[in-house]
Write a protein that binds this ligand. Structure first.
Ligand SMILES: [Mg+2]
Length: 417
């Protein structure tokens, strides 16, 4: 199978929304489970028969060229480098000039949209359109503008972003004919504002229900860390099992109030880095305060939702496990000697079973556990976790020499993996 169209990948974006996470890394090079996102994107296109890529690069182009060179997976790579900022339109125009096929497919370098490219080309040629957009049906969203299409599949209008119950969005994958070139503006211009939205050409849409994720959005970027490798057949992941109090947030005895919650400096960023390296982030915390009657499971749920909200654009926690039981608790319901209570391995065992049910195997031997007490370290030993790490950011560590930890760091922010 071979796709009879060169593929233009727009890889020049600055990645402003992701900058606080990925720093100076070019957005398409942002790590997904330890590999650059662009590799997955190109792998997906190669699997569909792509044979020639035109990479439209701008910001940090040298980083991309150094990594990919002029061949990838048997396909030729041609570089279309912006010497001055060209905008999305200018970048497409310049890349189109380097295409050898009459039709080209344009793909946004920060979006994974699993579209049947042969079907796209077929549809594009049947309608005789100069431009065909792949559209994705979405529900309950406010992050994207919507696209209106008539019965014949012709695009009749674009609407601004606003909260929408159900609508079609522009998925960032287009088929475009080289014959459009003479009618494109010169120099710098926005493809969206100056070509798409004014419907400068007869433009058609093809709806695809393929997988869609936009890594330019931090929350999607963190979600992508497991979703994309899963799509490429990776089902085994290591996990970082993190104690909560004293590791993620400052240790305050029997913390339960949202207003008392305070991150330990650098902990959110450390969780983001672990996730980029392909670790699931799983919190395992003893909450005997429930058995002691200080607060309820509902209070814990509220606090954990608050933590997730604080982390929304910064990091990601895959799951929280807590143990409300204590063998000498005042609340009868919770006066239980539970296997979940650390140093018991119950919470880690439950996490492994829950992820298994979702098609993910947690590789315990490649996993890490980070805690601030010897009890945490024992938990890791009891559960068969490969690397147990003690941090000094919580309870005082009385006699470090006796710890059975594999490593000791000042805080989660210093943990090296
Ligand atoms: Mg602790």
């Amino acid at each position: 199978m071979r796709i009879d169209a060169d593929i233009i990948v727009l890889a020049g974006g600055l990645g402003e929304r992701l900058r606080h996470v990925t720093g100076d890394t070019q957005k398409v090079m942002a790590p997904i489970a330890g590999r650059p996102f662009l590799r997955y994107l190109l792998d997906g296109l190669l699997a569909q028969g792509a044979r020639r890529f035109v990479l439209a690069a701008g910001y940090r182009a040298e980083q991309l060229e150094a990594y990919f060179g002029d061949r990838y997976g048997g396909a030729e790579i041609v570089w279309s480098r912006e010497e001055t900022p060209l905008g999305t339109g200018g970048a497409i125009r310049q890349a189109l000039e380097r295409c050898e096929t009459e039709d080209a497919i344009v793909v946004n370098g920060d979006t994974y949209f699993d579209v049947d490219l042969s079907a796209l080309l077929r549809s594009h040629r049947e309608t005789g359109a100069k431009l065909t957009l792949c559209l994705k049906k979405m529900t309950d969203f406010d992050r994207y503008g919507t696209v209106d299409m008539d019965e014949a599949g012709r695009i009749v209008g674009f609407r601004e972003k606003k909260p929408v119950k159900e609508g079609l969005i522009n998925g960032g994958v287009y088929a475009v004919g080289k014959s459009a070139l003479p009618r494109l503006p010169e120099g710098r211009f926005s493809f969206e504002k100056e070509v798409l939205e004014p419907l400068a050409f007869p433009t058609y849409g093809m709806v695809s229900d393929g997988y869609f994720i936009d890594i330019g959005v931090p929350s999607d970027y963190f979600r992508a860390q497991t979703e994309i490798p899963l799509r490429f057949g990776q089902t085994v992941f290591p996990a970082a099992f993190l104690d909560r109090d004293g590791v993620i947030n400052k240790e305050k005895r029997h913390l339960w109030k949202v207003e008392d919650f305070e991150f330990i400096e650098g902990a959110p960023q450390a969780m983001a880095r672990l996730r980029e390296q392909g670790y699931l982030i799983i919190v395992v915390t003893n909450q005997a305060g429930v058995a002691k009657g200080f607060y309820t499971e509902d209070d814990i749920a509220v606090l954990h939702d608050h933590i997730k909200e604080l982390l929304r654009d910064v990091a990601y926690i895959d799951a929280f496990y807590y143990c409300p039981y204590h063998p000498r608790g005042q609340v009868e319901k919770y006066r239980v000697d539970s296997r979940d209570r650390k140093p018991g391995p119950g919470m880690i065992e439950r996490a492994a079973a829950d992820f298994k049910a979702k098609g993910i195997t947690i590789d315990l031997a490649r996993s890490i556990l980070v805690g601030d007490t010897e009890k945490d370290i024992e938990t890791g030993i009891n559960a068969g976790i490969g690397r147990k790490i003690l941090v000094r950011s919580g309870h005082p560590i009385p006699d470090e020499a006796k710890s059975r930890a594999d490593a000791i760091f000042d805080s989660l922010a210093d943990v090296m993996i």
